[in-house]
Write a protein that binds this ligand. Structure first.
Ligand SMILES: C[S@@+](CC[C@H](N)C(=O)[O-])C[C@H]1O[C@@H](n2cnc3c(N)ncnc32)[C@H](O)[C@@H]1O
Length: 247
């Protein structure tokens, strides 16, 4: 019986997620999709970093079902962590919109998130959709992205699957009214590193700013649309690490 209830909930939340991503025609039967949580959650049920090889034999449907059931969007691999460590070098870094906090925990950096899904109205909304909210980790400091940058004054800002701020002057770009003004984040740090998916994050206003885009094979997420996951890197203003003042 419990399994039956889970399947009904999963069915409903997957339908909602697919609708949101314009993939209503796509059908996924959770009762026929392998549960990969045993590989991705640790003994305490927390998302853990795994080698990309552990995800290589998973399907997009399995990753989507895992992501929706566990409030996870980007799947942190050991290779992604190695890349980010190398890119951060000796600089100060924080993660914004960190969700579970698993990526920041693995990197040993400050995790921040506005924890908006803890609010009663948002919780009720997700409950109506039959969808779990993001299980914010205990290491995740409750801070809006802009406040987080003001407070920590990092050289590097990392964001994974964070929604950009809606701009009424560019309604076609979508986004959320409470989302992140990524151009302002770029202007206030040395480097902004965004991990996302080509289809889901196609309309980001910051694509028009100079950037590097990488699509390594070791990136995984809950995306189910067949496009690549990517790492985007934007160079921002220069920040002196000790004083936090713009150079
Ligand atoms: C799609 S989830 C991604 C979570 C996590 N990075 C992942 O990949 O699983 C977006 C996250 O951004 C957070 N968020 C949304 N708007 C934010 C803002 N303005 N400042 C900080 N966090 C925000 C949400 O609470 C949520 O945890």
């Amino acid at each position: 019986m419990a399994g039956h209830v889970v399947d009904i909930v999963a069915r409903s939340l997957l339908t909602n997620t697919l609708r949101k991503w314009g993939m209503e025609g796509f059908r996924l039967d959770p009762t026929r999709v392998r549960d990969i949580s045993g590989d991705l959650l640790d003994a305490h049920g927390r998302l853990q970093v795994v080698p990309a090889a552990a995800l290589a034999d998973t399907s997009a449907e399995e990753r989507m079902l895992f992501g929706v059931r566990n409030g996870v969007y980007g799947l942190p691999t050991a290779e992604l962590c190695d890349f980010l460590r190398g890119r951060i070098g000796g600089r100060t870094a924080i993660e914004i919109g960190a969700g579970t906090g698993a990526l920041a925990r693995a990197l040993g950096i400050v995790a921040t998130d506005n924890r908006q899904q803890e609010g009663a109205a948002v919780r009720a909304h997700y409950q109506r959709l039959g969808q779990p909210t993001v299980p914010y980790g205990p290491n995740v400091e409750k801070l809006d992205a802009h406040r987080a940058v003001e407070r920590h004054r990092p050289q590097v800002v990392i964001a994974c699957w964070v929604t950009h701020r809606f701009d009424p002057k560019a309604p076609d770009a979508g986004g959320s009214e409470t989302g992140v003004d990524e151009a302002a984040i770029i202007a206030s740090c040395e480097e902004y590193i965004f991990i996302g998916n080509e289809h889901v994050h196609h309309y980001k206003p910051i694509w028009k700013l100079p950037h590097e885009k990488l699509t390594p094979s070791w990136l995984y997420s809950r995306a189910i649309n067949g496009t690549r996951d990517f790492i985007g890197i934007w160079r921002g203003g220069q920040r002196s690490p000790n004083t936090g003042t713009a150079a």
